[in-house]
Write a protein that binds this ligand. Structure first.
Ligand code: KG4
Ligand code: ZN
Length: 322
């Protein structure tokens, strides 16, 4: 079986999967509560918490799978992009486990991990497909040809990521970090037509979310605290509608341009109920595999050239690909 580790942001996660993509255990310990009072992830606090959690989370995954480290044949770990200190905790843990048992280690790119959430059983998606990857850090339209090959990038955001737009909007509405799921919940009770927030149209297949965020800021500024309280669900519904529209329009445009017959959506924002409902016919990973987890990292590890013992001891983490 394959052990996957993920510590790129504020989730400490470990998973065990079989070679053919069955999830045997997947443990995600979120630090969101720890960072909520700061309104975002504090990198140094995240690193320290990962250090405390990584061993118990691995132990729990092994326990859930009814396995021990002797059953592990390959260790897959996120090496980037993400918070560098946070990544290093997972990389160090993966190196230690692999080195002690002379196992190979597969360095996994976090974004490939999100795409590989689609390759897990029981309903694996076969490439080729067009993939919308929308998370807290990225918004990408990817042309996925093969699981092991880097996908072509058709479009990306020129400013904020979609999840970032959700989180910043949530903050303007007085909601706790990370606010995407909370906006999703409030939006169900609000009127999406109440406010006409703009959907930015930038050239090509790129996205822009700074305009809609500013529009929300102005709308909120005009309201007294009691009014904001009253209009919060309408604001959430209208704001979510604008973001989802932008994502859906661009994805449909990209599908038409490359003649994609299969469309999939991954990443934390893929958990959004309106997005899932609006992208008619698109395939989406189960909710638990949309937000950060280690099953997707173990899944991606199957398609990476593993580094043999002990070559990976020199392996480094990277904060960004740019
Ligand atoms: O993929 P992910 O867990 O972490 C990154 O790689 O960034 O994505 C987290 C993002 C956050 O911005 C969070 O607010 C957003 O996904 N998110 C949602 C929902 N659930 C999580 N956004 C909208 N609706 C949701 N239901
Ligand atoms: Zn992610």
């Amino acid at each position: 079986m394959i052990l996957g580790l993920e510590t790129s942001c504020d989730e400490t996660a470990a998973a065990l999967i079989s070679r053919d993509g069955r999830i045997l255990a997947s443990i995600v310990s979120s630090q969101a509560d720890l960072h909520a009072r700061y309104g975002g992830v504090v990198p140094e606090i995240a690193s320290r918490r990962h250090l405390e959690l990584v061993t118990p989370v691995i132990r729990e995954a092994l326990h859930d799978a009814g396995a021990d480290l002797d059953d592990v044949e390959l260790v897959g770990v996120t090496t980037g992009p993400g918070l560098i200190g946070a990544l290093l905790v997972g990389v160090a843990a993966a190196k230690a486990i692999a080195w002690a048992r002379r196992l190979p280690l597969a360095p996994v790119d976090h974004l490939h991990g999100h795409v590989a959430s689609l390759y897990l059983e029981p309903d694996p998606v076969e490439p080729p497909f067009l993939c919308l990857l929308a998370s807290g850090g990225h918004t990408l339209l990817l042309d996925v040809q093969e699981p092991g090959r880097s996908p072509g990038v058709l479009g990306t955001t020129i400013d904020d990521a979609a999840g970032e737009a959700f989180d910043k909007g949530a903050r303007l509405l007085g909601l706790a970090y990370p606010g995407g799921a909370e906006i999703d919940r409030l939006a169900r009770e609000g009127n999406p037509e109440a406010y006409d927030f703009p959907v930015a149209r930038v050239p090509g297949l790129d996205f822009s979310f700074s305009g809609v965020k500013t529009a929300l800021l102005y709308a909120v500024r005009e309201l007294a605290p009691a009014e904001l309280e009253q209009r919060r669900t309408d604001l959430a519904a209208s704001y979510q509608r604008a973001i989802v529209r932008a994502l859906v329009e661009r994805t449909e445009q990209a599908a038409a341009e490359i003649g994609a017959t299969k469309v999939a959506v991954v990443g934390g924002v893929a958990a959004n109920s309106e997005l899932r409902a609006s992208l008619a016919g698109a395939l989406a990973a189960p909710l638990a595999l949309c937000t950060d987890n280690a099953a997707m990292i173990a899944s991606a590890a199957r398609f990476v050239e593993p580094v043999a013992y002990p070559g990976y001891l020199a392996l480094d983490a990277y904060a960004s690909t740019a």
